[in-house]
Design a protein around this ligand. Sequence first.
Ligand code: NAD
Length: 382
Amino acid sequence: MSSDQQATLVAAPAADHGQWLDGFTYTAHASRVVFGAGTVAQLPAEAGRLGLSRVCVIATPGQEADALRIEASLDGRVAGRFLHAQMHTPVDVTERALVLVRRVQADGIVAIGGGSATGLAKAIAYRTDLPQIVVPTTYAGSEMTPILGETQDGVKVTRRDPKILPEVVVYDVDLTMSLPPDVSAASGMNAIAHAVEALYAFDGNPVIALLAEAAVAALARALPAIIRDPLDVAARTQALYGAWLGGICLGSTSMALHHKLCHALGGAYDLPHAQTHAAVLPHVVTYNAPAARQAMAALSRALGSSDPAAALFDLAACIHIPMALRDIGMPHQGIDAAAKLALQNVYPNPRPLEYYAIRGLLADAWVGARPNGACPEAEGTR
Ligand code: NAD
């Protein structure tokens, strides 16, 4: 080990979780996770553990080849196949899938793909209580949450229910190698946003804080490497690991201002989900920093910077994500409209919601300004 490395190790203090030790609540969500490369080979054994012999395979139209690959590995346990999963889980698509599930008398669901395929599996499980095995191929993290967001007549309804949480998740790094670099970058920043908001969630706890810090560190290391070389197996492995942890964070805590703003912007202007997260996150971190010192210290350690907001901005910019909301379709009047929406339905956020400050952060995100607010408490944390 070089003397530089030794100095870094000595200078980095362990996470201080003192703020929670007066009392916290931690609920573990029970699911079985299989992680590695080539793990789809374990699908028949996992289906066997659940006693499944007639599963229905779910995917989006773009992943037919992946669906066929896992069907082959499931070795005679497939009763049906539905390859029409869609973004935002439209209820009419779920109803079509349910017709097939009932007709073939499926005894379980195996979903392969990103959040869209997982969403459909969850929607079916919510209605039938069938067991689910999910094979994620993006960094969305939905597979680790008991949350389902469905759309009907243009309205998105979100619910939590234990039936929604998949029983088994098989992470296979091999299946993520084909995820295009731009999708990987945006999906990875989305996973970072789950971890960031978990760090200052009102219902956070020290276990989730450990996972969140590790998630940010893994993804921040992996994403630039994936952009340099999308076939970098080590980076793909780190990114999928970080996405898993980010998914646990999302499923275990309540999201705050950042998710509220992204939801409002996405719904009002149909902005691309993951890019919106990347552009807004550094500015929400700037906004919340004075009221979330421990979270900022954790982010500083994970990002190796005393200015986590600027570090998140630089990370997203260096993986070629457009950082101005105006460049991804948000009109200027959206600044005011989204600031007002953010104040509707009061919800916990570390810093009280202040209209003019939120308007200011949205104006910065709209032009893509780089935040610049070193966090004094974070100095010397790395
Ligand atoms: P997605 O599932 O729609 O995937 C995006 C595209 O990438 C699809 O066309 C898909 O076929 C393709 N793709 C996926 N993996 C690939 C791979 N390895 N190689 C090549 N192409 C691949 O998008 P997403 O971002 O993963 O998920 C978004 C959806 O998930 C949204 O509906 C969002 O609301 C939902 N979501 C839900 C939760 C939750 O907890 N309920 C959490 C996160 C996201």
